[in-house]
Design a protein around this ligand. Structure first.
Ligand code: ZN
Length: 202
């Protein structure tokens, strides 16, 4: 800390530089911009952050974010496809390609590949099975990454869905091995989605 520093500002810089894509230099620029616009930026930002902190929660059925005061999008019954992703960032990437406009199921991670007998590990898998049954879903698209953990998870899910007779598809192998959905370019993702293939489970 330099002699000219103000503790509150140093604290804010520290927090902001933890955000993705920001280092200490850009964090300082942001803080300066905030301080020079107290009424237009700091005030509404403080209020909005407090609001998000208080009322944005994760839906324990589909894993999406929702406002505490409103129903989650998954409670709307009119859909027959669900795309299963590992996290919200993956959902946003797929949404931004525009190839899929249906509903999502956000697992909250992947299963570890080393466990012989997986039990779901706190991922939203049981609730996926329930959603499929309840809403008479016709297709589940597995868009987990092409890593070993992603494959393990995808196998576990298709196994869990076996009794429902739902059509299960998996993104085409255009997804590079070990590739995470979040970092794929639009073209690769688009063709992986378009050429998704049915998983045959015995
Ligand atoms: Zn939901």
């Amino acid at each position: 800390m330099t002699t000219n520093s103000v503790k509150e500002i140093e604290d804010l810089v520290k927090i902001i530089s933890k955000l993705p894509g920001l280092g200490p230099k850009s964090a300082k620029r942001i803080v300066l911009k905030l301080i020079n616009n107290r009424e237009e930026l700091i005030k509404p930002l403080t209020n909005t952050l407090a609001q998000v902190y208080k009322s944005v929660v994760r839906c324990n059925i589909c894993g999406n974010l929702k406002s505490l005061n409103s129903n989650c999008i998954c409670s709307n019954k009119k859909y027959d496809q669900i795309c299963v992703v590992e996290n919200i960032a993956d959902m946003w990437v797929i949404e931004s390609t525009g190839i899929y406009k249906g509903h999502y199921h956000i697992l909250g991670g992947t299963l570890p590949s080393f466990e012989k007998k997986n039990t779901g590990n706190g991922l939203l898998i049981e609730s996926l099975v329930n959603r499929v049954k309840k809403n008479s879903i016709k297709e589940v698209i597995l868009a987990t990454s092409a890593s070993i953990e992603g494959e393990t998870t995808s196998h576990y899910i298709s196994d869990s869905l076996k009794d429902t007779k739902v059509k299960i598809t998996r993104l085409a192998k255009g997804v590079p091995v070990g590739g995470e959905i979040e970092f794929l370019d639009d073209g690769t993702l688009y063709s992986a989605f378009k050429n998704r293939s049915r998983i045959i489970s015995d």
